[in-house]
Design a protein around this ligand. Structure first.
Ligand SMILES: [Zn+2]
Length: 493
């Protein structure tokens, strides 16, 4: 079911260049995964975030060269369609009239609605996916899936549900979802939006960044003041949605744009991104997107902690298993997430990827995307210094490897969700910093950052029922578990 284009530069699979800026933006960020001089221990403890390359000491001409090359190779759907093997169907909005000819008897086929995207075999496979996991896809969950897809109740895992799931996936924003009818760990958080990915939340944050930081850039004056103002702003929706405020910190790699360090619950930002005297609108969008992406990771980690509390782990066990501060684990313990709820299932998908059955795959993917990035840069340098057909071919191959690995990285459930969530913040950015004025007037003070130990209001003092489990079922991702074996391209459970 997965296809692979073996001729990424042959033209056969080349994608429209018009959308290349989108791809380029993503690649710029991914660029940083490479630069990361962080050791493996830091990698596993840090949610990678990439860098704006022009802040990474790369010259403008180098950057232009990179852009041109990438635009030559792929368009914005390149990563998914070329390398990820996503069999993308024609995109139709759920419920849209796509003009399907429906000659069926209305008495037996009530649907004259949107066209089906999945063939019979795919429907069977999707149904098997659900029925093989009855503890996850309970009757209650299935009913909620039906309701979210605007289907009548009571149909269970009927074809209508599976086809509606396929249409929903087909209409998804980037990163595009595989259209397979399986509402799994990537599709679930898109369908059941919560917290920072609720409608309008990201854009509202972006607007706050615009007025509270970008428009006040010169007044804020120092990178520290800008950083603290940004983190103060992102903590507002986090706390409002019952998560835990992050504390501001600097990334040790000053070129990195941002990362969430869950062992210390820090939002780490690269100083370089906040140092320039002015920002373009794109740079401002990049900052808002990055902050929001990383904030979403912090929300994911807190939901995972709440899920484990709901599964009756003690606060101590949660601390150990997730490798998070004990204060955060204690807050999660006091506010457990029902594992049988849709948000419990969403959090389970993230936990499976980071701490559960998917953890070895995840580490392999993170290791590979960094290695591929390093290799791509080396190949680019060789080709620039010694241009030749052979070096160009090597560079092309290195790019293909990087795009493939980057696609796998954005397919990790927690990354897929964060990459889908962050861009909403950029939508709220309306421009770059004002031109520096010699006599800048007084500007509003930045929003105060919540205290680091702010915790969500306790909704329920103790997890309900069952014996308390004081032993973690897992441990933070192991530093030496990385492998470079073939990366599976199937959905995780
Ligand atoms: Zn991320």
């Amino acid at each position: 079911m997965m296809t692979m284009c073996n001729h990424p530069t042959s033209g056969q699979c080349r994608l429209p260049v018009r959308a290349a800026p989108t791809l380029f933006r993503r690649l710029r960020r991914a660029d940083t995964t490479k630069d990361v001089e962080r050791n493996v221990g830091e990698v596993i403890g840090t949610e990678l975030r990439t860098v704006a390359p022009q802040r990474a000491g790369r010259s403008a001409s180098d950057e232009s060269s990179r852009v041109a090359t990438l635009q030559h190779a792929v368009g914005n759907r390149g990563m998914a369609d070329l390398f990820g093997g996503v069999q993308r169907q024609p995109v139709e909005a759920p419920g849209a009239d796509v003009g399907a000819v429906d000659t069926a008897d209305p008495a037996t086929d009530p649907g004259d609605g949107p066209a089906d995207l999945l063939d019979a075999a795919q429907v069977v496979e999707a149904r098997r996916y659900y029925t093989a996991q009855p503890w996850r896809y309970t009757p209650s969950i299935i009913e909620q899936m039906r309701a979210a897809l605007d289907l009548p109740p009571g149909g269970g895992l009927d074809d209508a549900l599976i086809q509606a799931a396929g249409r929903f996936q087909s209409a998804s924003s980037a990163p595009e979802l595989t259209v397979d009818g399986k509402i799994g760990p990537r599709t679930l958080p898109r369908l059941f939006r919560s917290g920072l990915n609720e409608e309008g939340e990201g854009e509202a944050f972006g607007e706050e960044v615009q007025t509270g930081v970008i428009d006040q850039w010169a007044t804020l004056a120092t990178p520290e003041a800008r950083r603290d103002a940004l983190v103060g702003l992102v903590n507002q929706p986090l706390v409002a949605h019952g998560s835990i405020a992050v504390t501001p910190g600097w990334d040790t790699n000053t070129n990195n744009s941002g990362s969430f360090h869950f062992p210390t619950w820090e939002m780490r930002i690269g100083r370089e991104a906040l140092t320039p005297p002015t920002l373009s609108a794109d740079e401002a969008k990049e900052i808002a997107d990055t902050l929001y992406h990383e904030a979403r990771h912090s929300e994911q980690w807190y939901r995972m902690a709440q899920l484990r509390a709901g599964q009756h782990l003690s606060a101590r066990a949660i601390t150990t298993e997730l490798g998070i501060p004990s204060t955060v684990a204690a807050a999660a313990f006091a506010d457990p997430l029902d594992p049988a709820s849709v948000q419990g299932l969403v959090a389970q998908g993230w936990w499976d990827s980071v701490y559960g059955a998917g953890s070895a795959h995840r580490e392999a993917v993170l290791t590979e995307v960094e290695a591929a990035d390093t290799a791509m840069k080396a190949a680019e340098k060789r080709n620039e210094e010694h241009p030749s057909p052979a070096n160009q071919a090597a560079f092309d191959a290195a790019q293909a490897r990087f795009l493939r690995s980057h696609h796998n990285y954005t397919e990790l459930p927690e990354e897929n969700d964060a990459w889908a969530t962050g861009p909403a913040a950029a939508e709220g950015i309306s421009g770059g910093t004002p031109a520096p004025a010699p006599a800048a007037g007084a500007a509003p003070a930045p929003a105060a950052a919540p205290e680091p130990d702010d915790v969500a209001p306790v909704r329920d003092a103790t997890p309900g029922g069952g014996e308390l489990i004081d032993e973690p079922a897992g441990a933070p991702p192991a530093a030496d578990a990385s492998s470079h074996e073939i990366l599976p391209d199937e959905n995780l459970p």
